[in-house]
Design a protein around this ligand. Structure first.
Ligand code: ADP
Ligand code: PAZ
Length: 457
């Protein structure tokens, strides 16, 4: 290592997922420490090195997981002082990233999640110099709860008085269908986004798929982050900032006694993380920067919605859940008692256990007797039980007791929450605990918004 080389790969520093507050506002060239000349280089490292962004942590579809620390260790390299050209590029990048508005975006297979940071500590000087477009965008986002036909702000999830990149403010949570990306970009353009120098922190498959459209339509650069890194970073940040984020269900099968109980996740490791989005990823998390993707399944939230639309003619997730709420899956599924006439005692299988999902639907008579509601319920139970079963096996293999379920499949979906809670407890004789988080599908978006803090602290 020469005199200008310092070994400062982030992986060699102690694991730190930081809240923005840990980077103050007054000691770098930009006034934001941690966003100094080396930012672009660090960003390159974070994104998987000069060869481009890193792939999700799995070893291929449903394949064996690869240890993330191993992958990173390979990238560990001595820091070299950037040339003046790359220093200028880094400064440009820094200016773009630090200029408001600040967004974190997770563009998934079904939903795009947009987290907007509204600064509340604006000084009079800043307010005076703030351009009108920026003020309008802030007003538009924070005064409305619906955007166009399909954009929604989840006001109940809003987080006030939080610190991001050293600034105090409010986090707003917005979602829209990924299929509406074209309309979103048009709306953003109509609000003057293209006239701002903006870099948006982005994650999820869509950060790659739509990168060119963002540049072309709204002159926005996407700073890409890996979705699983972002997911974990977001969970740790939100959990730290919201004391009532995590909960479990006591007595999940009892209509009368089931209740949501807060759970303290401040010492979370190890935990199994099951992200139920369009598809499902299962991770074993041992530390802020130490996790592996164990497996995944393509039978996820997208499958539930797709099958439900096919079977019932419904058109939205909300409609699908409403139908399922009024349905009875035992008219569709074949239970152990339908086969045994009761329990299969020797193997400990109770009579009311589903033996075969949709197993009754092979006869005309049965098909004639099921409602759309029953079909929706059976679809929901099938997908949920399958995920529960995979989660349980993974937890048992990894010898992990806490299983944290996230992802928008769990949105407005108490049936699946309770089924998962029951399944974990019942099949493990009480050794596994299913935990849930209030911000269900927004962790990736928050995590990538915080991205810099993760490696510049
Ligand atoms: N309003 C909604 N529209 C579509 N799907 C929804 C909605 N709310 C919840 N979901 C469920 O959430 C899943 C997407 O979850 P999410 O975590 O956002 O994953 P992704 O990143 O793959 O889009 C859908 O497949 C569906 O099951
Ligand atoms: C490819 C994905 C990581 C994309 O994430 P998503 O948009 O579904 O949240 C996810 O859909 C997944 O892990 N699918 C399962 C692939 C498998 O292991 O079979």
């Amino acid at each position: 290592m020469g005199p200008h080389a310092t070994h400062r790969c982030k992986d060699c520093l102690s694991g730190r997922i930081m809240s923005g507050g840990q980077a103050g506002r007054s000691s770098s060239s930009s006034g934001f420490p941690g966003f100094g000349d080396d930012m672009a280089d660090m960003a390159q490292l974070h994104n998987g090195g000069p060869d481009g962004p890193q792939a999700p942590g799995g070893g291929g579809p449903s394949g064996p997981g690869r240890e993330v620390p191993f992958k990173r260790a390979k990238r560990c390299k001595p820091y070299e002082r950037p040339s003046s050209v790359s220093r200028n590029a880094a400064l440009d990048r820094e200016r773009q990233v630090m200029s408001m508005p600040w967004f974190g975006m997770d563009i998934g297979g079904t939903l795009a999640k947009l987290v907007y940071f509204e600064p509340k500590d604006i000084t009079p000087d800043e307010a005076n110099s703030e351009i009108e477009t920026l003020k309008n965008i802030r007003r538009y986002l924070t005064k409305n709860s619906a955007y166009g036909k399909t954009g929604h702000r989840d006001m109940h999830l809003q987080m006030d008085n939080v610190e991001v990149r050293g600034r105090k403010g409010t986090l707003h949570f917005i979602r829209f269908p990924t299929s509406e990306m074209g309309n979103f970009l048009e709306l953003a353009k109509s609000k003057g986004m293209a006239t701002l120098v903006t870099t948006v922190c982005a994650t999820g498959g869509g950060a790659f798929k739509f990168e060119d459209s963002f540049q072309r339509e709204v002159n926005m650069k996407l700073m890409k982050f890996d979705e699983l890194d972002s997911l974990i970073r977001g969970i740790l940040y939100i959990e730290t900032n919201n004391p009532t984020e995590c909960y479990y269900f006591a007595d999940p099968t009892s209509d009368d006694h089931c209740q949501k109980v807060p759970y303290d996740l401040s010492n979370p490791y190890p935990f199994l993380l099951v992200n139920i989005g369009s598809g499902v990823s299962v991770l074993a998390v041992h530390g802020p920067n130490k996790y592996k993707r164990i497996t995944g399944t393509s039978l996820g939230g997208g499958t539930f919605l797709g099958l439900c639309c096919l079977l019932t003619g419904c058109n939205t997730f909300e409609e699908a859940i409403e139908l399922a709420t009024g349905g009875d899956n035992t008219k569709v599924d074949k239970l152990v008692r339908d086969i045994y006439g009761g329990d299969y005692g020797k193997m400990g299988l109770p009579g009311d256990l589903v033996a075969s999902s949709f197993g009754q639907m092979n006869t005309k008579e049965r098909r004639a007797n099921v409602s759309r509601e029953d079909l929706a319920r059976a679809t929901l139970v099938t997908i949920t039980n399958n995920i529960g079963s995979i989660a349980r096996m993974c937890a048992s293999n990894e010898k992990i007791h806490n299983v944290v379920f996230v992802g928008n499949f769990l949105r407005v979906n108490p049936i699946s929450l309770k089924l998962l809670a029951h399944a974990m407890e019942y099949w493990s004789n009480g050794t596994l605990k299913a935990l849930f988080l209030e911000h269900e599908g927004y962790f990736g978006a928050v995590g990538c918004l915080l991205g810099f803090n993760g490696f510049l602290s």
